[in-house]
Every structure is written in structure tokens, then in C-alpha cells.
Design a protein around this ligand. Structure first.
Ligand code: SF4
Length: 400
């Protein structure tokens, strides 16, 4: 079955994205609210082997777990995304093995194969091996070009690591780079933020993601901000107003530098929007493999158990540790379409919704429009660009 899949590509095929979750990190950043852990490097090989097994036997796993078996014969995998966590910690042979398992199990025409990487983990040898395995895009967790901000957030890398790593990747033939920055790290000032943006722009990554610091119980810094502690530099976190100004400065400088703002947190040079992430926002099908990975296909969503040891043990005993298998109702599908559509700067087309949902949405949109939070052009509705930093208010209102 497997080898035949390499050759069989139907001309009218739909595309499919594949996400691989690697939930391991070298240390835990203070602001991180992801399900990731610091484990011994000995755990990496069994984990990679379990992911390969899950990919190779996905049909049987889905059938046994009661996931209404999607038919993949007419789907071609065009994007693969290794996220985490820090997937660049895995040995390149593990990444290669996982990519081979995908090639063997699905029809593939890869356009974009992304690896999330931390700058300090990059060497010439690794970069060459990644390129040889088919990885053609690297997403860097830069977060800041200011060493005080990096250090106080518990990051392992420093500013100079970014300058060291980017040329190594380009020399290895990986020409599509994405850099992440975070608005709101402790000790960030308007000037240090401007410097980070200017340094990023000077390096000309093809893609940029800018995230706002999330304050919740899921991270050490978030808990400290809520409890007014001091150990993780919570008192040095910028105010909400400063963060909104920082986000708006990013919009302005990136736009002047020729980047297209295509999603609330994402900018790209023309032609470099993330093909894989667009699938999430467009509700196109994707399969996730690994601990905590989410999948969406047609009208079903499901996710694997977060705990990596539990995941490996389950796969080794031929059981998919799927925890949340959910049939997406029509109402949920509309809400997702509205929410994910509005995250994109192109907005949503009300004519694309069923009339009764569009009428209800329309009523809520009227007050948001008069408050200047959304804009309308015929049936197209989008968030007002200058109010994007408070987009959560719009979503709370629309989903309420
Ligand atoms: S590297 Fe990323 S996933 Fe890992 S702890 Fe830091 S923020 Fe979390």
C-alpha cells in the first residue's frame, strides 16, 4: 500500500496538511503555556518511532478509535509542519524517518515542509541534513533581539544566535525563513521593541509572526502576573496600552518594509504566506500526529493525549490515544468559519453563510461596525485594521 501511494496522484486531488507535534524543550520559557516538557534526550528516539508508527498505521488506528474513517485516496499532502516544543532538538535522522513514513503512507507533492527551530540548536550539519530530508522552511522562535528580554523570559538563545543561524540555513539552501517576535516580554520598552523590529526587518525573513504575551494560569509568568508576584519579572511586563502601541508599530514598520499583513499575527513577503497555517484558518483538512496533536477532517475533529510517555506507551500497544473525538455541528462550523475568517485580513463573505446564520451575525455586526471595530464593503466584513490589537473584544461579542 505504502509504496504505491508515492505514485498515485489524482489530477483532481484535494490537498491535505500534516502536522507533527514534538513536545520537548531544553528548558521551560516563563511565558510558555503549551503542553511541552523537558525530558532526557533518550526519550526522543522512542517518541519519533511512535510517530512513525502512528503515521504508517493511521487508517487502522482511526478505525479502532471510532473516528469516522476519512478517505484519503483523493488527497495529496502538500504541506508538513513540525511544531512544538522544539522539533529541531530531534536528530535529523528522526525527522527524515518521519518524512519517509509520510511519503510511504500518503500521496505527496510537498510545497512547504516547515520545521520550528530555536536559533541556538542550529548547526551547518543539521541544516544540511534538514534540507536533504526535504525541509524547505524554518520557523525561528526569535522572540526578541534584546538579551535582557530573552534572559528574563528563560530563553536559551541570545541575539547573536539569530545572526549566526540565519546564514547557516540560507547556505544550506533553506530559503524560506519565518521569525517570531513576542509583544509584552518583561523589560520590553518602546525603544527595545522598535530595535527588535528593525533588526528583524534588516534580516529580511520571508515571513514574520508577532504574538502578544498571553496572561493565563498556564504559564509561570502568567500566574505571577495574576498573583502580583516578582520572581519571573512580572512587574517589568509592559502595560496593555504599550503592548497595543507595539503591535501597531509592527503593522506600520512591516507594511513599510513590503510585508503583507494577511492574518492577525502574521505577515509575509509577497507569495510567502504560510500554506500550512492557511489550512487552519480556511478550515481545510489536516492530520496531526504525535502527543497532543489535533486533526480536522470534514466534519470531525480529534486530538491525541498530551502526555508524551502515555502517547508512546499507547502507540506501542497498538492503540491510538485519541481523547477528544468530536463531530462538528453546523452551528460550530459557522462559528469557526466566522472566527477563523475574521482572523484573516481579507475578512469573511456573509453571502457564504446560510441565510439564518448570516442574519443573526449581521445583527451583532451592526453595533461593532458603529463602534468602528469592523468594516464592511458589500457582503465582505473585516476587522478594522487599526483596531486589530483589541480583536478579542470583537470575538467575545460575536461568539456571545
Ligand atoms: S521553546 Fe516554545 S514550546 Fe518550548 S518552552 Fe519555550 S515557548 Fe514553550
Amino acid at each position: 500500500m505504502a509504496r504505491a501511494a508515492r505514485a498515485k496522484i489524482n489530477a483532481s486531488a484535494m490537498t491535505l496538511g500534516i502536522y507533527i507535534q514534538v513536545p520537548f524543550c531544553q528548558t521551560k520559557c516563563t511565558y510558555c503555556n503549551f503542553h511541552t516538557g523537558v525530558v532526557s534526550a533518550e526519550k526522543y528516539a522512542p517518541y519519533a518511532a511512535a510517530v512513525q508508527t502512528e503515521i504508517s498505521h493511521h487508517r487502522k488506528f482511526y478505525a479502532d478509535a471510532g473516528i469516522s474513517s476519512p478517505k484519503f485516496e483523493n488527497e495529496v499532502v502538500d504541506t508538513v509542519y513540525f511544531g512544538g516544543g522544539t522539533p529541531s532538538l530531534l536528530d535529523p535522522s528522526h525527522l527524515h524517518g518521519i518524512l519517509e513514513a509520510i511519503r510511504d503512507s500518503f500521496a505527496c507533492e510537498w510545497k512547504e515542509v516547515t520545521l520550528e527551530a530555536d536559533p541556538e540548536t542550529i548547526t551547518s550539519e543539521k541544516a544540511a541534513a534538514w534540507a536533504a530530508a526535504g525541509i524547505n522552511r524554518v520557523s525561528f522562535g526569535v522572540q526578541s533581539f534584546n538579551d535582557l528580554e530573552l534572559k528574563s523570559s528563560g530563553r536559551m538563545h541570545r541575539r547573536e544566535d539569530v545572526y549566526r543561524a540565519a546564514p547557516i540555513l540560507r547556505a544550506a539552501g533553506i530559503r524560506n525563513l519565518s521569525f517570531d517576535l513576542i509583544v509584552g516580554l518583561p523589560h520590553q520598552t518602546p525603544q527595545s521593541w522598535r530595535n527588535s523590529l528593525e533588526e528583524l526587518i534588516a534580516l529580511r525573513p520571508e515571513h514574520v509572526s508577532i504574538y502578544m504575551l498571553e496572561v493565563d494560569e498556564g504559564s509561570r509568568l502568567g500566574r505571577e502576573l495574576i498573583s502580583l508576584g516578582t520572581k519571573y519579572s512580572a512587574p517589568a511586563v509592559p502595560s496593555d496600552d504599550q503592548m497595543a502601541d507595539s503591535y501597531n508599530l509592527a503593522r506600520q514598520l512591516l507594511s513599510s518594509a513590503g510585508y503583507e499583513h494577511y492574518e492577525i499575527s502574521n505577515w509575509a513577503q509577497p507569495g510567502h504566506a504560510s500554506r500550512h497555517n492557511l489550512k487552519y484558518w480556511r478550515r481545510e483538512p489536516y492530520l496531526g500526529f504525535g502527543a497532543g496533536a489535533h486533526s480536522f477532517h470534514g466534519a470531525t475533529r480529534w486530538a491525541n493525549a498530551h502526555d508524551s510517555a502515555q502517547y508512546v506507551a499507547a502507540i506501542q500497544s497498538s492503540k491510538l490515544p485519541a481523547e477528544q473525538i468530536e463531530a462538528v455541528s453546523t452551528q460550530q462550523a459557522h462559528e469557526e468559519e466566522m472566527f477563523l475568517g475574521l482572523r484573516q485580513l481579507a475578512g469573511i463573505n456573509l453571502d457564504g453563510f446560510d441565510p439564518s446564520y448570516a442574519a443573526r451575525l449581521n445583527e451583532k455586526l451592526l453595533s461593532l461596525e458603529s463602534a468602528g471595530l469592523v468594516e464592511r464593503q458589500g457582503s465582505i466584513v473585516r476587522l478594522a485594521p487599526e483596531k486589530l490589537s483589541i480583536s478579542n473584544e470583537v470575538f467575545v461579542e460575536l461568539l456571545g
